[in-house]
Design a protein around this ligand. Structure first.
Ligand SMILES: [Mn+2]
Length: 361
């Protein structure tokens, strides 16, 4: 508790709007759009600017248009035209940014990660795309990511429905070659088509595999469940060596051992992480398009992402947050927290001493 109090020691009561305060507000608002002298960017603390104030950039980080000079960047893809059921993920990036303002402090108490002292990170805004034309939107996404990753910047993407991972993986492949994949999802997303459409949120990993964006035996699909169309729904992946971890094999278990095995198999190979929020149980994350009961807990989600530390992660996404179905904001809040955890496990993030219980039992 003493440490927790320390966190808030700088927070002062809100003052009335005086001239002095207005000057301070303008100063700190501008600070959101600039970087620190040592080249690193930090989330603007609540002691400098009230949490609900300012531009709602991801994690209250500076905003810049390109990935120039960045080690990692947040980027939004406001697409839901690929969705088969509930839509609304076009609002995902905006809502995740909004919830991230309070979800994120610079230091990860639990793991000791200090990502903002290790990597230069900013919010690079959203991809400009045509929501009325899915293939054209995918081309725009691919081109946008080509530019983002060309100098080695690691994109952390806020979706958007799962369609977007296909064009992102196309750009990732051009930069890094075929990658390993940690895919956390209720669904395998390897359908050949949906109502004849080859591009949709049910097909991204089939298209990506067909174009050799993935190394089959280094693909891990965690949390698959629910009903399907036929017993051989998974066959395409199995034929390419995909590793499938059904939700039933995750129930009541820590996933730390699973991730240790995955790390071993990934080695130093480039890895992409794709986290569909519907992998979580709908009681935790109801704000999504195709919820399935019996899902992962947030504890298991943390074990999975933290277990990716040490992998050569070259990109991450968190998709399928649908704010119209997220009446409490908790789905987007969970997404923002998980994106912070993704940032914390990227290569070259420094780790300090983690917070530990002082009373053991
Ligand atoms: Mn999915």
């Amino acid at each position: 508790m003493a440490m927790m109090r320390g966190l808030y020691r700088k927070v002062q009561p809100l003052r009335t709007i005086t001239d002095e305060y207005c000057r301070r507000l303008v100063h700190t608002t501008l600070k959101i759009c600039s970087s620190s002298p040592n080249g690193y960017n930090f989330p603007t603390p609540g002691s400098d600017l009230p949490y609900p104030a300012g531009i709602a950039s991801m994690m209250r980080l500076p905003i810049q248009k390109t990935s120039e000079g960045l080690d990692a960047c947040f980027v939004g893809v406001t697409l839901d035209s690929g969705t088969c059921n509930r839509s609304g993920t076009r609002f995902g990036p905006r809502q995740i940014r909004s919830e991230s303002i309070f979800a994120v402090r610079p230091f990860n108490f639990s793991t000791g990660a200090a990502p903002f002292e290790s990597l230069r990170v900013a919010d690079t805004g959203d991809v400009n795309l045509n929501m009325y034309n899915l293939p054209e939107a995918c081309n725009s996404i691919r081109d946008h990511y080509r530019a983002l990753v060309k100098d080695g910047c690691i994109p952390l993407t806020m979706g958007g429905d799962h369609t977007i991972t296909y064009p992102i993986l196309q750009a990732i492949k051009e930069k890094h070659g075929p990658v390993g994949l940690v895919h956390i999802d209720a669904h395998d997303d390897i359908a050949d088509d949906m109502s004849g459409a080859k591009i949709s949120h049910g097909t991204p990993f089939r298209r990506a595999a067909e174009e050799d964006c993935l190394v089959g035996p280094k693909v891990f699909q965690i949390g698959l469940r629910g009903h399907g169309y036929a017993p051989d729904d998974y066959q395409f992946g199995l034929d390419r060596g995909f590793n499938i971890i059904r939700i039933e094999d995750c129930w009541h278990r820590s996933l730390v051992p699973l991730l240790a095995k995955i790390r071993e198999i990934m080695g130093s190979h480039p890895v992409y992480i794709s986290f569909d929020i519907d992998s979580l149980d709908p009681s935790i994350a109801p704000g999504t398009g195709t919820p399935e009961i019996g899902g992962l807990t947030t504890i298991q989600a943390l074990e999975i992402i933290r277990g990716c530390r040490g992998m050569n992660v070259v990109g991450c996404d968190l998709v399928e947050v649908s704010p119209p179905y997220d009446t409490t904001g908790n789905t987007a809040l969970t997404a923002a927290n998980l994106m912070f955890e993704m940032l914390c496990i990227l290569p070259n993030v420094k780790y300090k001493e983690a917070f530990e219980s002082t009373f053991k039992f």
